[in-house]
Design a protein around this ligand. Sequence first.
Ligand SMILES: Nc1ncnc2c1ncn2[C@@H]1O[C@H](COP(=O)(O)OP(=O)(O)OP(=O)(O)O)[C@@H](O)[C@H]1O
Length: 481
Amino acid sequence: MPSTIVLVADQQELHAPLTRRLEDQSHSVFVVKDIPEALLYLRDPACTASVVVFHMVLRRQQDAFTLTEICSFRPYLQVILLADKARGTVFDGQTPHANIRILHRSIGPQELLHVVQDAVGAADAQMGSKEEDSEVDLDAEADENGPTVFTTPFLMRVGMADVPVLLHGETGVGKEVMARRLCAYSPRANKPFLKLNCAALPSELVESELFGYEKGAFTGAAVDKPGKFEIAQGGTILLDEIGDMDIRLQAKLLQVLQDGEVQPLGSRKTVKLNVRVLAATHRDLRRAIEVGTFREDLYYRLNVVNIIIPPLRERRDEIIPLAEKLLKRHMRPGMVEPVLSEPFKELMLQYDWPGNVRELENLMRRLLVYQSEKMIFGDLERAIEHSRTKARPVLPVAVETAEPVAAAAPQVAPAIASITDLAEVARQAEAKLLLEALEHTHWNRRQAAARLNLDYKAFLYKLQKLGLVGKKDKTTVPQTV
Ligand SMILES: Nc1ncnc2c1ncn2[C@@H]1O[C@H](COP(=O)(O)OP(=O)(O)OP(=O)(O)O)[C@@H](O)[C@H]1O
């Protein structure tokens, strides 16, 4: 069975031959240049590696602790370490975890290949026994890496499909975790995975980050800079908070997706792209389309597969297992793992978790710091009391799902009456009118202004105010869409 193998090596001549031979056997090899980066990757919930080979000597005892900890929450993971002596000196006389093999650093390439193949077999055997269990009742499978409403076979199919995926869900539900997981199951698993948060930056910055620029393209562009699309070549890009992307930029993104090529700002060259696009949002994009703040054509481009991740309060059976997993994730070596008491678990099950898994994670981190439930018991009680007296947060409208398994997920409530602010309603209505006029006139602004019986300057001012055009950057407004 093809596996994902992490190879930790800082020298090309060490990892290149091994990578080639493993890739010849259809395995995906992910090369990491240093130990801290490798440990970080292995701790990531989206990591699906079954074998990790440290082609460098582990010297810090702290790293050995971390590795042991990773092995305990990733029971399939097989670890191969090279050491100065074929005995684990870094483990300071302690017996290493059963899945850790320590070899002498002078081992030859052929012998190392055999050990890696053997480790792949051992990981497969352990995963196989888990898969047999899951065949009995796939839906009930307790998947440690994501909401149990999505089975591993479903996610593998979507991951392998290499099509755009739109992820919907409230903040903190695990959209990024899901995106990383889809990537890990895809043929692009050992290629770059980049994320850009479209809401966190002003639109000009999002544009230059995504598409890159050439030296001199604008004030401050002192050197050429490739955009994320270019850096992610061969891999995957996650456009987080796509619902917050400026409408003008949406047009440009659409063009890039349609043409499969990108033109850095200020440049004449175009770069052919081979990047899988995943997008995530907590917004109701259907509504955004209605009010003219999201382009329908872009929506259909991104929405080949649509996954709605339900909020944590709609998958309460996952709260306790997730809490226990998050406690383990954040424990430092030598820490005593707090045992969650029954009354505390009961309280956790009553709470609605508006911040979803992120909020649960923060609570578990606090618990590890305080080492006492008592200190946060009252906070949780007050939060429950508060949520009883307040209205539920507004949720995104349920949208159709492309897969039967996804359709089985609890549907989220419609976002009725989410816009209570009159000024916002007026702003959105105005934006819709302006955009319609621009669409009709193929983005000829003079004609669009005339169509709306508006003075041209007043029209431009409105475009600016609504964020539909940059102050100086008129050239990037699409003339044809
Ligand atoms: N199934 C899971 N197992 C373990 N941790 C999880 C899981 N889902 C989410 N998390 C953790 O919860 C936090 C929030 O997850 P993530 O960033 O994926 O959510 P999000 O929906 O993308 O959030 P936002 O909308 O704010 O971008 C992260 O620290 C992540 O590691």
